[in-house]
Design a protein around this ligand. Structure first.
Ligand code: AMP
Ligand code: MG
Length: 330
């Protein structure tokens, strides 16, 4: 397809990036790889351009979009900014897969869904960094999937979901982590994780050295509107298996696709999608969303997925699995 352009993820072609930047500056949309998943971007300061994102994805109007920046001047432009120890920590963490919700400035009501706050992130991937610089604008970008579908890890998955609706799709190979950024908000004496993601809760604790809670555990937590929607799900039924013997038993029936670790796949002994070794949760994370799409493409009517340890990126893995299974457990 002519709107798909290959780019080197480490050293993207300047001419292609200039073209893509001009599309953003002109009010168009560009899909691009990041270190988390593929994003669908538009000029964050142009409400009409941001409306296209909602239309293309079929996204609910009340679900705000993360604004991506390339430097701290842009942070101060789009938000009330950060100060003191928290800013110092962000200077170490960014660029990286951590998003922070702040009081907004200069950003319209479309990307922020009419809220007084804005979610901001400085991505570590060279392609969005160049895209932001060359367009001259902060870029509002949710994941580049059709709403409700698993987030794309490969450009081919963006094409599958959004195809020609996007002005340009930059194919820079697979996204690195395979799960979205972690979204946090600071409150009086604590930091609240609104969405677990690629940046671990353990690292948040280490960098900010304050109490960390996970939204849902705190009764009066501010809502991250996106978390209430059905998300990341395959079209077919998927259940979470919590007991190895039960998974093995279930798979014997032959009518279910097993998704899980190489360790358990050996014991299951039926057709499987192997996510990787239990010892490497990063590998599991990167293969997770593509495995949901593989289930949909397979001849199996349902899938069964194994659970993983909730340490590091495992917290995000289990969050996505619970959403994808709609809470169905055997
Ligand atoms: P996605 O667009 O798929 O990367 O999801 C972005 C996530 O960030 C969603 O869960 C949104 O609800 C959340 N988010 C974005 N902006 C805000 C905001 N201003 N306040 C709280 N959550 C936000
Ligand atoms: Mg998304």
């Amino acid at each position: 397809m002519e709107n798909v352009r290959k780019v080197d993820p480490v050293n993207p072609d300047i001419r292609v990036m200039d073209e893509a930047g001009a599309i953003i500056a002109g009010g168009g949309t560009v899909a691009f790889p990041t270190e988390t998943v593929y994003g669908l971007g538009a000029n964050a300061l142009d409400d009409d351009a941001c409306k296209k994102i909602f239309e293309i994805k079929g996204r609910q109007q009340d679900n705000p979009i993360i604004v991506h920046i390339s430097d701290f001047d842009q942070l101060d432009y789009v938000s009330q900014g950060l100060s003191g120890k928290i800013r110092e920590a962000f200077e170490m963490i960014w660029p990286g897969p951590l998003t922070v919700v702040l009081d907004k400035k200069n950003v319209g009501s479309v990307p922020t869904a009419g809220l007084g706050s804005v979610a901001v992130r400085m991505p570590a991937h060279r392609v969005p960094q160049e895209l932001i610089r060359r367009s001259g604008y902060p870029i509002a970008a949710p994941s580049a999937n059709k709403s409700g579908r698993p987030s794309p890890v490969y450009a081919s998955e963006v094409v599958e979901d959004l195809g020609k609706k996007v002005d340009m799709i930059l194919d820079g190979g697979p996204a690195s982590f395979g799960v979205e950024s972690t979204v946090i908000i600071f409150r009086k004496d604590e930091v609240v994780i609104l969405r677990p993601g690629a940046f671990s809760a353990e690292d948040i604790k280490k960098f900010f050295n304050i109490k960390v809670s996970i939204s849902g555990e705190v009764p009066d937590a501010p809502v991250s509107p996106g978390m209430k929607y059905r998300h990341y799900a395959p079209e077919k039924e998927l259940v979470l298996g919590t007991d190895e013997d039960r998974i093995i038993e279930e798979c014997k029936s032959g009518n279910v696709l097993f998704i899980g670790s190489s360790e358990l796949a050996k014991k299951v002994n039926s057709e499987s999608v192997i996510l990787g070794s239990r010892e490497n949760l990063y590998e599991i994370a990167r293969n997770l969303f593509p495995s949901f799409r593989e289930l949909d493409r397979s001849e199996y009517p349902r899938g069964i997925i194994e659970g993983f340890e909730e340490r590091g990126i495992g917290l995000a893995i289990m969050n996505r699995i619970r959403k994808a299974t709609g809470g169905k457990v055997i």
